[in-house]
Design a protein around this ligand. Structure first.
Ligand code: ATP
Length: 257
């Protein structure tokens, strides 16, 4: 479904990504890991459309998307959950998800305020769909609560619900576990597994190696901007190059856990 071919991106003299290739098959849960500075965020931003590659290509279901702006990629079915993405604090959980759905609807959120009768049905459909998305992430009971002050674990799940409202073909998750407590991580991991089990193709870029190895079918390992391993969790974690890359930043890595 997603194919990244020999993609490179440099900042000055530093290759943040160099000749990076990876494929995500339909229905797959693909993990991307790597020590600090490996190029994970850069890869994520290139796929999401926030950075342009210097070389190489990205295609979705056979069509090149690397020159499309993020919102057009979203319309093609690429949903993005950013690390630290903002929620609308003044809105309820349900409204936050409805914004995600409106991004895809013809009416748009602004015109929803002046909705003529013809648009009321669409509005109702969006609401129902948003409720379903909240239900999928286990937050339906909190639908009418304000998003403000929500614990971090619930914020992340709300962000996932918002991404699901666009009915994505591919869900991109950028370090979704960062800053979460152990119990919240477990809940989030269960959610990711469930979504993938229900058919959502997922690319999970994550610092937490344990989480990725427990969830992903296949893992791409980056180090210093290049792919050093690609395979099943068992294959990559026993790969000497991977072990060496992580040992090289051992103290730093341990500090994150
Ligand atoms: N906007 C930028 N300008 C200059 N250098 C950058 C920029 N973004 C990334 N880099 C450099 O590119 C390399 C890869 O960084 P990147 O943030 O993609 O790694 P990462 O794997 O996400 O790291 P971390 O796990 O620490 O977040 C690093 O050497 C970084 O300093």
């Amino acid at each position: 479904m997603l194919k990244v071919e020999r993609m490179s991106k440099h900042f000055g003299g530093v290759y943040a990504n160099r000749d990076v290739s990876l494929e995500v098959a339909e229905g797959e849960l693909r993990g991307v890991i790597g020590p600090n500075g490996a190029g994970k965020s850069t890869l994520f931003n290139l796929i999401a459309g926030h950075l342009r590659p210097d070389a190489g290509s990205i295609s979705l279901a056979g069509a090149h998307i690397d020159r499309l702006p993020p919102h057009v990629r979203a319309r093609r079915g690429v949903a993005i959950v950013f690390q630290g993405a903002r929620l609308f604090a003044g809105m309820s959980l349900l409204q936050n998800v409805m914004v995600g759905a409106h991004a895809r609807s013809r009416a748009g959120l602004v015109s929803a305020a002046f909705r003529p009768p013809a648009q009321r049905r669409e509005e109702r459909e969006i609401r129902t769909q948003a409720e379903q998305c909240l239900d999928r992430v286990g937050l339906l009971e909190l639908a009418d609560r304000p998003a403000e002050g929500l614990p971090l674990g619930q914020q992340r799940r709300l962000q996932v619900a918002r991404a699901l409202a666009g009915r994505p073909r591919l869900l991109l998750l950028d370090e979704p576990a960062s800053g979460l407590r152990a119990a919240e991580r477990t809940q989030l991991a269960d959610l990711i597994r469930e979504l993938n089990g229900a058919g959502t193709t997922i690319l999970l870029v994550e610092h937490d190696v344990g989480m990725v190895t427990s969830l992903a079918h296949r893992i791409t390992v980056l180090d210093l901007g290049t792919v050093i391993a690609d395979g099943t969790p068992a294959e990559v974690t026993s790969d000497p190059a991977v072990v060496k890359a992580y040992l090289g930043t051992g103290a730093d890595h341990a500090a994150h856990h």
